[in-house]
Write a protein of this length. Sequence first.
Length: 611
Amino acid sequence: MRAGSVPAHHEEEALGRAYDARLMRRLLRYLNPHIGRVVLAVVLLIGAAGVELVGPWLTMIALDRAIPQGDTRLLLWLSAAFLAALAASFAFQYAQAMITTWLGQSVMLDLRRQIFAKLQRLGLPFFDRNPVGRLMTRVTSDVETLNELFSSGVVTVFGDVFTLLFIVGAMFALDWRLALVTLAVMPLVAGVAIGFRARIREAYRDIRVRLARINAFLQEQISGIAVIQLFGRERDVHDRFGAIDRDYLDAHLRSITYYALFFPLIELLTAVSLALIIAYGGLSILGGTATVGVVAAFLQYARRFFRPIQDLSEKYNMLQGAMASSERIFRLLDAAEPADEASTTLPAPKGRLEFRNVWFAYTRRGGGADAPWDWVLRDVSFQAEPGERIAIVGHTGAGKTTLIGLLLRFYEAQRGEILLDGVNIRNVDVASLRERFGLVLQDVFLFSRDVRYNVRLGRDDIDEARVRQVAQRVGADTFIDRLPRGYDQPLGERGASLSVGERQLLSFARALAFDPPVLILDEATSSVDSALEQRIEQAVDTLLRGRTSLVIAHRLSTVQSADRILVLHHGELREQGTHDQLLARGGLYARLHALQFVPASSATLPRAASA
């Protein structure tokens, strides 16, 4: 990650409003392809809400008519109807659960695909600013939160609302006075719900922040496990993870505490409502203004009335989380992608490169929008003719690798132009541009799939014969043939089953398989031993004939045969020429050469070091 671009984990992130109509409208668009199932789910929920009314109504008829009149036939019919209502309720709830769960999973599928596609299109500056753990949180837990919203929230809330409306309507139809008594506790219920909402909002925010911290910390520490073990820092890392994990636990415990208080309070208020029904209903029975059946029905309706209220309170928390997760997801989906004017088609590949007065900086000093740029490259100009082998050398941080990032449009220069075969690369489609280049890095990235995939990266036009040919040309066939399954051998994460040198050979084979007109080697032989380096150099010398190549190296022994050597110093192109010309000039290159090849006792070394 570049200096000045390290993100603060606290950005993970303050929650927005509990309900944001703009975000909700955007979320609901993901239901458009499944609108038929949404309508069916709502119909089933309305049906289930209607069935909720049947049981208490049948109870009232049984107590007021069938039992007092001794009507056994009516009682049996009522019992059968009660069982049928239970069966219908089961069928409605089962079908609704299946459909809403399917909806949630379908939305998750669409969202994850969209997010992954977006991540593939974003430029490297975005990944410089955002740790991998944070992005993993977007694709996993944030999407899972939206799954809960669609499978248990946005549709099922209709069921709770209709249940409440139907029950209130039934109660007022039976006895409006008793209905008002039943609802007398509603102001207290509303007060408890509002107080709970404010506290669970803060607890949920703490949970999300700490979860993102855990993901980011785990990704970094697992990626660097070799360094941790090498320097014996396991205990320190374990203690740091324990502190983060403890914070996560504490946030969850606060949330659990609030729920542990809320639900008993709702149960208490439910009991108060039932007590009021019994008291007022009993007096009404004695006064002849109500019947036993009506009071029994009200007791059942009251119990069913407060259950959706509990569900709605939980769904508020779900909605809170969904708004926060959707805001983060849409922020990622709305992130600016690299500009791609793509107005010019590249001519037939020749491999001519030209940098014209290129200036580039990753950040501004101090980070302010009006602050001056912290230049990494300053007014760099050079040309590479077709088939020419150009070496780029300089001290660490001189800007060598940055040149490659600009050439491949991982970053865009603030000033100047870069041309490929006479065309400004800003006007060329990025995919078309990168097809002209083969890149071999010092830090080789291999995928966990087999050897064949890692050579051709899924390209169908690179056949088996081509894979074997390029492997043979770089000498990789020697170790591939020794693998238990040869080219079908899975390599493990990042090629863990191979040595550093073997991974480097595969990266060479990959570059050759794509047959680019321009080949870029960034410290490509620095991780291999001398014997292997000699074998690679022989293969590369054969390959580079007729190709333009840029070779970045710290070891000057690997670039002495280059057609031209560029010497960068503090972002400026200070010297260029052949190896012999630069040595004869006695400048920066000669001093670098002295540092690497002249014995330490030489009197010239202090002067070279001071330079």
